[in-house]
Every structure is written in C-alpha cells, then in structure tokens.
Design a protein around this ligand. Structure first.
Ligand SMILES: [Zn+2]
Length: 83
C-alpha cells in the first residue's frame, strides 16, 4: 500500500475515532496518508499522525500493517473508519 506524507491541514483519522468530538485530541494533524489498494475502497485515503501510525502498526511483538487492520475490521464488524 502506498504511504506518503500527509498534506498540511489534514487531520488524523485514528484520533478522530479514538477521541470524542470536543476533545482537544480529536483534531490532530496527520503525518502520514495511506492510499487503499483494495478493490472496493480503491483510492480511499487514511490519515494518521506520527504516534498513531506507530501504535496501530505495533501489535504485541509484531508489526501489523495499517491496511491489513482496516481490512480485518471491515470484515469482522462491517465497520469502516469513516473519514
Ligand atoms: Zn492520531
């Protein structure tokens, strides 16, 4: 999956999901943009700040790629990290 530097003014999707609206942590500037290559979400972009990109890739002693987690979550719960 292509990962690139996030554009200025883009917020972290993960923080938006983790923290309630109104929390100062809800709107955090993104550092990374991940572009989906899955057929049903082709071209969709996910944005992560630096700390979230590290947290979400670290899974115990293993690294679990962001896109795999998103796909897993969609399969398991029918949810999407809506932008
Ligand atoms: Zn974040």
């Amino acid at each position: 999956m292509p990962v690139s530097r996030a554009k200025p003014g883009v917020w972290c999707d993960y923080c938006k999901v983790r923290y309630a609206k109104g929390s100062p942590l809800h709107g955090k500037a993104a550092s990374w943009t991940v572009t989906s290559e899955a057929s049903d979400t082709l071209g969709q972009e996910r944005h992560y700040c630096q700390s979230c990109s590290e947290i979400v890739c670290q899974w115990g002693d293993e690294i679990w790629e962001l896109q795999d987690q998103i796909d897993y979550r969609v399969k398991r719960q029918g949810e999407r990290l809506d932008v």
